[in-house]
Design a protein around this ligand. Sequence first.
Ligand SMILES: [Zn+2]
Length: 166
Amino acid sequence: MTPAARRMKRRLERRQRDALRGRLGRQRYDHLINKLAAFMRREWQEDRVPTLLAHEGNLRHSVRSALCLQGWKWESADEIARDLVQAALDRVGAKRPTWLQGQREFEERFINRTRCKICHFQLPEGRRVFCSSECGSVFDARLHRVRYADEGRAYELIARERDAPR
Ligand SMILES: [Zn+2]
């Protein structure tokens, strides 16, 4: 693609995005970013999530669903949802982790565990986190529950927003 074509493409994309923002309404757009940012900050400060980025996926999904229910097309709803969540992440100063930090075992690499993460029993030879696959499943189930609860909270936040004055 030539530089001129690339510029044109960017301009078109910007115009499309501006149109979507316009459709949401400038005031509501800013209001949503504030709410999303406040939610991210609160969740993080109250220690419910390990990073400011933890809700990124949930929130995008929730905003998208809420907009779809209000008659938006999936693609437009998804685009504006990504836009809103990114703006909120920028506002709270969320930094993306490196690839390594994003891995589930990140913490474990730097901890020399001697006891099971779940039952605190002495780890058998060759096991680094859980003493058994049972304890591994307990951990996974717990993780799943936490994630599910987060999604519920994120969805509520957006659902409530729908009834707010525009
Ligand atoms: Zn165990």
